[in-house]
Design a protein around this ligand. Sequence first.
Ligand code: SF4
Length: 394
Amino acid sequence: MGAERMMRQQLFTVQESGHEFVRRLRSWFVTAARDLPWRRTRDPYGIWVAEVMLQQTQARTVVGYWERWMHDLPSVRHLASASPERVLKLWEGLGYYSRARNLKLAAQVICDRWGGEFPEDLKDLRELPGVGRYTAGAISSIAFGKPAPIVDGNVARVLARYFGIHEDIRKRSTTEWLWSAAQVLVDEAFRQGFERPVACSPKRTVTGDFNEALMELGAVLCTAANPSCGACPVQSGCFAFANDSTSVLPKVSPRPKTVALRNAALLLEFGGRVLVHQRPDRGINGGFWEFPQVPAPGRTPLTARRVHRLFHLEGSYDLARVASIRHSITRHRILLEVFKGLGRGDEVLGDVPGRWLDERELESIALTSAHRRIAKRLRFETAEGISIETGSCR
Ligand code: SF4
């Protein structure tokens, strides 16, 4: 049987076994749901912020970020009128900073076009900047109780294992199948209606609970490695469990190879202050601040003389390497070699003027994650200049 025909057939299986799958999953979620702060609200704004933060970041990390964000920007109107600096500062450390910029843009659209009220329609939600199929489905089902499906990595893994999907889950046709299956299941949840509320959160929607239960199963039991099938509420109908194939499902094509890069960062200090630059608004880490940095290709160890040349420094700065930081941006693995020197207080490196900031000011701006790690290791001792704990860190 061809792969597409097989998947069509499997969609019938989803329809046939959906009732029991949904019933078991919902009843498990009543007591198993983790008590997460965004689960205690049906405010679409809070749910939206949480869902965007949760993309690529674990729930336990997101808790602190979400609480700080909701404290500082408690409504869509607060977000729409907040300065970009404040928004980026609240997002600092979560990465994927275009998401924070899109949140603010979308908040402005909601205020301008919708009078500050969230649209409920999936199509209208998807027209908001940065709101894709997943986020629209999450807001629509969790906040408004609509039978809108969601598929993220956790959901894809659970469905591929449970229904025995052997096609690559990154393939377009498989992705479409997963969305169709998720739609069948959330429709079934909607039909089953309300049973009893989740322990941690009384004011919930049936469709939101089902979608969250599906994601929760993938996050806590049906994990990528060593799934806890013994504790799984849907084990009795699971293809992968019955066929001992949890280690081969889901099938996932390998990601593109990583690319190794090296940059040199310059820590110039003058009178108890250090020089920082703001990145352009567009592009990676747009709008964030960082210590001046330039690409330093090659494998030979970086010397002070080469760093002088790379930054087009005139005169002697007595540069010394003080730290090496490894970090990643998408598929790039970057080694950041940090050199320190004594500035004059009037340097302009590159095309943009920098700012000389003291310890307190440095704390208040939005720094990229790697550069925040450098800043955390700085010691501001005005009499002897600024020092940095030497060494490397990952
Ligand atoms: S039985 Fe195991 S593989 Fe199947 S859904 Fe449950 S945790 Fe996942």
